[in-house]
Design a protein around this ligand. Structure first.
Ligand SMILES: [Zn+2]
Length: 343
């Protein structure tokens, strides 16, 4: 039996936009077809998905928020804001996404698997306790972290968020939490506008919320230098489980943002978690990523990393002007983080 599990079901295709929209079912069609073409799909253990219960959604979300999404979808769906849509099936699909991830978590807690890739829709990291936004209805990764703590007895969870957008929802859920380290790398100056490096956490969570805002134009070489610090902080936290908010919209071909990552770098980002942080469990959850070809290849490379297969690096290079701006930001951030972490 394979030790790497896949959370995917065709039911995730039923969350359909009312008009042209980047967060569309084709994203998962392309991703799963590419996994098949590269002979990877059949090597993954398929997790049987089910709908999450409302009680499971309440690990993170308020009853009011859950009822709002539910009743909106019962009426046929509609726009929640200028970006975020629902269709008549969206509530059900979102519950299948969360339920599938929780079933994977149960298999992990039973010792049957240690690595998971969840190709789910809708994405989650912008969703706050009381609010859907940024294409996200329920915060999949936050619910998973809470489940592993409350039902799985885990005490230290690290969430690494390499989606190009800041995961404001996840940050807000765990901002005062001592058991969850949240680290995000994201382009600065785009949606949702949060995620400056001085948002460091509060109370028991102070020092456990780490943001790396990046200027437009950062490519693999500079990104990997920031990632050194991500790996260093996460290793010091010594998490039992690492969860990744894996958006692929930092890719150079992505239409929604302006970072310049290659498809190959996602292999390296994943391998460094496995080899340097060495968590008992690694869960990679799909967030954004809107160029279909780039998304599919980046997911192929991520899955190869999970299956211990090698991918050659064809790293992209950052322009000198962007490089110097990025490093001055990195140094300022490290000065602040050094109050909490050895660096
Ligand atoms: Zn994103």
């Amino acid at each position: 039996m394979s030790k790497v599990a896949l959370v995917y079901d065709d039911v995730f295709l039923l969350h359909q936009p009312p008009e042209l929209h980047p967060e569309r079912p084709e994203r998962l069609v392309w991703a799963t077809e590419a996994l098949g073409r590269y002979g990877l799909y059949e090597r993954l253990l398929k997790v049987k998905v089910r709908e999450a219960t409302e009680e499971e959604l309440e690990l993170v979300h308020s009853r009011r928020h859950i009822n709002f999404i539910k009743s909106l979808c019962e009426k046929g769906g509609g726009w929640i804001d200028a970006d975020t849509y629902t269709s008549s099936h969206s509530y059900e699909v979102a519950k299948y996404a969360v339920g599938g991830i929780i079933e994977a978590a149960k298999l992990f807690l039973e010792g049957k698997i240690s690595r998971v890739i969840a190709l789910v829709r809708p994405p989650g990291h912008h969703a706050e306790r009381n609010r859907a936004m940024g294409f996200c209805l329920f915060n999949n990764i936050a619910i998973l972290a809470r489940f592993l703590i409350k039902r799985g007895g885990k005490r230290r969870i690290a969430i690494i968020d390499w989606d190009v957008h800041h995961g404001n929802g996840t940050q807000s859920v765990f901002y005062k939490d001592a058991q969850v380290l949240y680290i995000s790398l994201h382009q600065w100056g785009i949606f949702p506008g949060t995620g400056w490096y001085d948002e460091i956490g509060e109370g028991e969570g102070e020092g456990l919320n780490i943001n790396f805002p990046l200027p437009a134009g950062v490519a693999d070489d500079v990104y990997l230098e920031f990632y050194d610090v991500v790996i260093d902080i996460a290793s010091q936290f010594n998490p039992e489980v690492v969860l990744v908010s894996s958006g692929y919209d930092a890719h150079e071909a992505d239409p929604l943002a302006d970072l310049l990552l290659s498809s190959s770098v996602y292999w390296l980002l994943t391998r460094r978690i496995i080899e340097e942080i060495k968590p008992y469990g690694l869960f990679i959850l799909l967030e954004g990523g809107y160029n279909l070809r780039a998304l599919a290849m980046s997911i192929v490379n991520t899955v190869k990393a999970l299956l211990d297969e090698y991918v050659e690096q064809r790293n992209t290079i950052t322009h000198e002007r962007v490089r110097s701006r990025a490093f001055s930001l990195l140094n300022d951030a490290k000065r602040l983080f050094s109050q909490y972490w050895n660096m």
